[in-house]
Design a protein around this ligand. Structure first.
Ligand code: SF4
Length: 335
């Protein structure tokens, strides 16, 4: 149990589940994943876990405040899981990926982080469970290799999924990362306006960028592919707030879902004056063991007759309004 390892199994292609979504992060020792009952959870986890250690200003969450359910997702405490993993493949320009959680309540139809979950039931039930990595703060406080390093948060989960509003683990992590001895070069990848809550901490970092995923211009389409995710306008509003706070921003149209009007969408996004725009198409399956867009999403895309040709056409239209529109890995460069 003590020799558990973590791997980031990055796709070497432009395939981003939530964007972070194209990254794979797998616990190779399944013994490291343990499920505890509500009772044992309280007994087995140090109560000081989220406490205000080292006089650090803290949201001061205690483990008892981690709910057993969040929406329809079952929540499990994962005491020994690492939050930092060495970045590889698609994210190879970074030093580390940082995932406060395993699993993701947003459960997007196209997310292929699910491909890297060992348990077939959990893979099938993507969106129905979240593991909270309760050793995160200890791990980061002990780490000597964060200062100035390029970190991508997060690659296989959304650090601002709804559970975060209750647990505050991502905020705790930012409190550590914003201290002068830890400050990394950070990219935060999310699709949640909850990131606005932490603009105070993010503003303390010298090198930081907020990557916000905005996959389509249509609420109807969004609800088909990502019904549990925040509405489009909320994400745009969060980007405006980040910009107002002086932070760098990136709009990730990844993967690009069917669009109503690429030109109007591009104009709307251009008004945000983001530093970077990035897009990429669905990643078709390369076989049963390869990470790819989930078949559920490909079926929905087919309903809308959305093809690679449509994607390419949309990119060319949008590029006229968004000269800083990149495709794939190039758009995910570190800050
Ligand atoms: S938000 Fe969550 S479910 Fe959606 S693509 Fe990202 S990691 Fe996957």
């Amino acid at each position: 149990m003590s020799n558990s390892k973590q791997l980031d199994l990055w796709s070497d292609e432009a395939d981003s589940p939530s964007t972070p979504d194209f990254v794979a992060h797998r616990t190779t020792d399944t013994a490291d994943i343990h499920f505890v009952s509500a009772f044992s959870r309280v007994e087995s986890v140090p109560l000081t876990l989220f406490a205000d250690s080292n006089n650090r200003s803290s949201v001061g969450r205690s483990v008892q405040e981690i709910p057993e359910k969040a929406g329809r997702a079952k929540v499990t405490v994962k005491e020994k899981a690492h939050v930092l993993s060495r970045a590889q493949g698609f994210m190879g320009d970074y030093d580390f990926t940082l995932n406060p959680y395993s699993g993701c309540q947003f459960g997007c139809a196209y997310c292929y982080a699910a491909f890297f979950v060992n348990d077939p039931e959990k893979r099938q039930d993507w969106g129905g469970w979240v593991d909270v990595k309760t050793n995160a703060i200890n791990e980061l406080e002990r780490s000597r290799s964060i200062l100035g390093r390029k970190i991508y948060m997060s690659s296989v989960t959304d650090p601002y999924q709804p559970l975060e509003a209750k647990v505050g683990l991502t905020r705790e992590i930012l409190q550590v990362l914003s201290s002068p001895t830890k400050m990394p070069r950070l990219v935060v990848q999310t699709r949640s306006p909850l990131v606005e809550r932490d603009l105070d901490l993010l503003s303390k970092l010298e090198h930081v960028r907020i990557n916000m995923t905005v996959t389509t211009d249509s609420e109807t389409i969004r609800k088909k592919f990502e019904p549990l995710c925040p509405a489009i306008e909320g994400r745009l509003e969060a980007l405006r707030a980040a910009k107002m706070a002086g932070l760098k921003t990136c709009v990730c149209i990844t993967p690009m879902l069917p669009l109503e009007d690429p030109e109007i969408f591009a104009c709307r996004l251009a008004e945000l004056k983001a530093d970077i725009y990035v897009t990429q198409p669905f990643k078709p399956s390369n076989g049963p063991f390869a990470a790819s867009t989930r078949s559920m999403a490909l079926e929905i895309a087919e309903e809308y007759n959305w093809t690679l040709h449509d994607y390419e056409h949309a990119v060319s239209v949008m590029r006229a309004k968004l000269p800083n529109l990149y495709e794939g890995r190039e758009g995910f460069m570190p800050e």
